[in-house]
Design a protein around this ligand. Structure first.
Ligand code: GLN
Length: 395
């Protein structure tokens, strides 16, 4: 047998925490509040539109940038929401998911030695996506427990090698959102530089408490240097469809398309025909914030029976809880024990830090039916009431 020795391009990258925890959840028949995906049915009308598109023969390649009717509908939606005029021919590319849009944006511009500012905790694909391009992630911690950006720390890290800043709002895993002050600070920092922005806005509609989403699309001066990633999976409760899009000004989109055309080329056609029609229905995405806010509130009410301490979430479908009154274990050990022994899976937030910083915080996905959330919290209560942890609050 011939063996070839390989030198890994990502020697320190293990398996994504979402797969690790979902596999463990399945093995132990745990309720999976770890990986972020809804457990309720998606809209039947949208499914019927996909079926119809297939039956109507829309089963061959569409334009590599995406079906033009879908790109036009996206441009209309952006104008309606953010009063920004986007050219569907030059500034939009349909992608197989938001993560792909992020990877492609990074790959289209980063050169070895470029520095990219990443706020931690960070969605777990960012750092490997930077490193695979030979670029250097420059890590800045968000303040704990508010998870805000300390812009003075950002100023300190800017130098001629700084090529990009990655923003994510509403934020995965913390559920925090950037506000107008953050936008002003960002403006001051990038003004007069060549620094690009990659804005991950996949949870744009899942925002709570009357807060307005501060899309980069609202700010033409910032948009001129930005890639923005979006996801239909988050809007239509179909994360498995893996379809999203990237918006960028023509000069950046031109580079993005050079990578995209030889990687994905063009995305699933029938989904695009269906989405082009379904996306015209504004109510569907406008009500998302309210419906997920109800789920967040419901989950927080039932979790309040326990000693888990909620850290406010203003967007995304995640809620963080500090468990330091319950256990001293590391986040990963505790999350695994809860999966194995209590039958409830979460995600350790330490997985979103390169050095695994451990604040004793777990991320729970509340994009679930009330019955699922009830069952999960009941399992936690039952498990801990059997042990010595004195887990339930004394009423
Ligand atoms: N975005 C999802 C989450 O945060 C996971 C996606 C994935 O598993 N790659 O849970």
């Amino acid at each position: 047998m011939i063996t070839t020795s390989i030198k890994s391009k990502l020697p320190n990258t293990g398996q994504t925490i979402f797969t690790v925890m979902s596999v463990l959840a399945k093995k132990h028949k745990a309720i999976n509040l770890g990986q972020g995906f809804p457990d309720f049915d998606m809209n039947e009308d949208l499914i019927s539109l996909v079926h119809k598109a297939m039956k109507d023969g829309h089963n061959q390649y569409v334009h590599m940038n995406g079906l033009i009717e879908l790109r036009e509908t996206i441009a209309d939606k952006i104008f309606y929401l953010y009063q920004s005029k986007i050219n569907p021919n030059k500034e939009i590319c349909i992608t197989p998911g938001g993560t792909y849009a992020i990877y492609t944006a990074l790959t289209s511009l980063l050169k070895p030695g470029d520095e990219v500012i990443v706020f931690e905790p960070a969605y777990d694909s960012y750092i490997p996506n930077i490193k695979i391009n030979g670029a250097i992630p420059v890590l800045i911690p968000l303040t704990y427990p508010e998870y805000k950006i300390d812009w003075n720390l950002v100023k300190d890290k800017i130098n001629p090698q700084t090529r990009m800043i990655i923003l994510n709002s509403p934020h995965n895993p913390t559920g925090t959102v950037i506000d107008k002050n953050d936008i002003e600070e960002l403006r001051k920092i990038v003004f007069g530089t060549d620094i690009l922005i990659l804005s991950d806005e996949v949870y744009e509609h899942i925002i709570f408490d009357g807060i307005q989403h501060e899309s980069i699309l609202k700010y033409p001066d910032l948009f001129a240097r930005s890639f923005i990633a979006f996801s239909f999976g988050k809007v239509y409760n179909c994360t498995g469809w893996k379809i999203g899009y990237c918006i960028a000004p023509p000069t950046l989109m031109k580079e993005f398309l050079k990578v995209h055309q030889y990687n994905c080329f063009s995305c699933n056609s029938p989904l695009q025909y269906a989405l082009a029609q379904y996306l015209q229905n504004k109510n569907e995405y406008l009500q998302l914030g309210n419906s997920f806010q109800k789920k967040r509130d419901y989950f927080n009410v039932i979790m309040a029976q326990t000693k888990f301490k909620a850290i406010p979430s203003h967007g995304s479908y995640f809620q963080l809880y500090n468990y330091s009154e319950v256990s001293n274990e590391s986040e990963i050990e505790f999350a695994k024990r809860l999966t194995r022994n209590a039958g409830v899976t979460s995600i350790p937030v330490s997985a979103f830090y390169k050095e695994g910083k451990d604040n004793k915080v777990l991320r729970f996905c509340f994009a679930k039916k009330e019955s699922t959330l009830n069952e999960a919290v009941n399992r936690l209560i039952n498990y801990f009431s059997l042990g010595k942890n004195n887990f339930i609050k004394n009423i």
